[in-house]
Each structure stands twice: as structure tokens, then as C-alpha cells.
Design a protein around this ligand. Sequence first.
Ligand code: SF4
Length: 467
Amino acid sequence: MARTLLDKVWEAHTVRTLPSGQTQLLIGLHLIHEVTTPQAFQMLTDAKLKVRMPERTFGTLDHIIPTTDQTRPYADPMAEDMAAHMYRNMKDFGLNLFDMATGKQGIVHVIGPELGLTQPGMTIACGDSHTATHGAVGAIAFGIGTTQVRDVLATQCLAMAKPRLRQVRVDGRLARGVYAKDVILAIINQLGVKGGVGYAYEYAGEAIDRMTMEERLTLCNMSIEGGARFGYVNPDATTIDYLRGRPYAPQGAAFDRAAAWWKTVATEAGAAFDDVKRIDGAALEPIVTWGINPEMSVGVSQRIPAPESAPEAERPTYREALAHMGFEVGQPIKGAKIDVAFVGSCTNGRLSDLRIAAEVAKKGKVARHVRALIVPGSQQVATAAEAEGLPEIFQQAGFQWRKAGCSMCLGMNPDKLEGREMSASSSNRNFIGRQGSPTGRTLLMSPAMVAAAAITGAVADVREILK
Ligand code: SF4
């Protein structure tokens, strides 16, 4: 019988079936960062346990670090405390830490694939919801809580229930000005923020096949925003080309052997899914969120919908969103004034994201009332961008060029919204307070659309700027 990637990877990592019916699953790669690990390490210390497979555990610093001056001690004592714990724990437990001195530091979901740690057929866990990102290479990758971080550190295993599998097919070719971010926002809009609960998503179809690996990373990153614990793309020639030569990928003949095996991990023709949904990729336009969860979005040419257009149960959230965002029903999203523009995050802080934002930045200057930040997802992204002269393009246009980190994706470092500022953001969450101000407002969109909003001073249609 034809099998899916989920079936094969799950089976290959099954240690045993537990009395609860869950699977004891071996975790091939454990990625850690400073926020969700201090308590986990403390629990390990209290129980006098070691890290079971230190060679499969890698850490970085991302959430709390400033993106201007990264000299320690950090001004924020809580951030400094987390960093100090991270350094101490990584040393005490003998683990690899990619800190600023290594030149490999960055957002955990950017550096995993970039370093070739993330490979097809793996199981990958990390104490961060957006671990689904790594599914782009054909891995089963999911976020875990601090207690589970402890479990993986101590045993390299997790107790997990195998989800059902939905194939999300995105057919057709994307139009110019429409990117992976628009595809995943469209998927979440059509299937809902809870539509994927209990499911994993397998992304397929012509639009996905044609995506670069960086676009697939953007796509899989937001699986969790659609309720799916993880999502993946089957490994193909794009995957193998991306991984070749990366420092932690197999090298030489070992790479060719690995690549041959990676191809066998892909879902086989004729495999059955628990559900299949289809989306016409060719019909998509740039998408912008207008509300307080990533499902609340419209095409850039569209207007803010009325609560009555939503199912009865969702209408209170729609009303709350309208009140928080200050939008009127029927108002076009295009032209909504912004105060802040942020290009970065594990969704859209990679080199290709910065390149397209720079292409747009060349078309104008940041509007006088807009604070615009470009934050590379990793030191390696920053170095590559610098080699291409991207910081100069941004700076000439009035954008700030920052150091690598999570930055304004969340309010855990000095990059925060102030008051009711409205942000055009390439990140993945628009929840109330997410960008650091309880009254701040977030509009999610692609990096190209963020750059377009920055130079226009309001939500704009990047297709009109790029033509
Ligand atoms: S960029 Fe945002 S979503 Fe990604 S790891 Fe950092 S805080 Fe989490």
C-alpha cells in the first residue's frame, strides 16, 4: 500500500507504542533557545540527569537579544539572566551553542536549515511553536513545551499521538508580487486558525513544487497558525540542492547516499490522506491581515469584512478585532496608515526575503512618519546580505539595518511597538500585544508588502510598485 512521508518517518522513529496508545517517538534533532530551557535544565539538574544525546542537541540565542548593541550584560536584567543561564547550561551539559562569537547565531528556525542540521526524514523538536518551519525539507518538526523540552533532553524521546494527515494542494503558478507568505495566509484564511487541529499538513501542488526552499520554510513556518502541529513538503531536487554543502549535512559520498534515502521518504503516488483541500494558487493576490489572528485577512484589493460574514461563533472575535484595530466594516485595507514596518522573523527573515524587500526599497524612501526595521534572521543571512550591498540599499531608503534576532516578532527584547502603533510586519502572529504593546496593532503580510507599506506610509499593493 502506498505510504505517506508521515507514515514512514513516524514508523522509523517509533520506539514503542505506549499503553496510552501514544507513540514513544525518538527525536532526531533537538533545537533549543534561551527562553524555554532554563526550567527544563533545572529539572534535569534536580533529578541528577544528563542530556541523553548531546550530539543531537543544538542551541542559539534569539528571542531576548537586542538587535542594536549586543554587548553583554544586556540592559534588561531578565534577558541577561536568560542569556547567562543559556551559556551556563550549554557548558555544564556539554552542548553546542551558536552564540554571536560563532558567526552562526540566529533565530532557531533560520539556523537549523541554514546549517544543514535540519534534514529530510528527521523528527525535530524545539520549545517554540514555529518549529513546523523545518518541515519544509521533509521532516516531521513540531513545537513542544518546557516539560517536553526536559523529556527530550533526558531521554531523546517524546510521547506523541500521531495526527491525521491533510494534503493541502496549491495548484497553478503564483502571480508576480504573490509569495509563499500570501499562500500560507490564504490557506489559514480558507481553512481557519483551528482548521488544522488534530492534523498535520502535507503541502503539495504545482505552486509548492515551484517554490524555493526558503519559500517552503515560510510556508511551513505558519502551519501552527492554522492549527496544524506541523506541516511538511516532500523532499525533492530543490531540497537536495539546498542541503548540498551545508556544514552539518553529510559530505561527499555520504551526501549522495543520504540524498538517495531522502528521496525514498517522500509520499508515494496513490497514498491516501484523511482529507484533501485544494487552493487555486494562480488566483491569489497579496494578502494582508486586518484582525487579531492570522485567519482574519483579505486580499489587498478587498475590504474589511463584516462580522456577519463569519460563522456565528466567530463573530465576537471579529467585533473585538474591529474595535482593537480601529477599522470600519467595508473599509479598504489598502491605504490603512502604518507607523512601523518590520521585515524579519523566522517566517521571513531569510536572504531571499531581504532581497525582495530591497528591490521594493529601491523604489522610494521610507515615509517620514514610519519607523522601518530590517532584521536578518541570522548572522549568516546578515553576512550574505552585506556581501550583496543590501544594507546600503535599505539605509539609503531610510530603513534601519539591525543585527540578527527575533526582534519585533514578539515583545521580549527592546524592539517593541509603542502605544497604538500600527505595524506592517513580515512575522507570523498578530495577536493583541504580540509586538510588545498591549494596544499595538499588527498587519501581517509578505516582506515585499512590508517594504511597500514602509515607502508608501500605508498598506499598498506591491504589484503596483514593482511593475
Ligand atoms: S521569530 Fe518570532 S516566531 Fe520565530 S522563533 Fe522568534 S519569536 Fe518565535
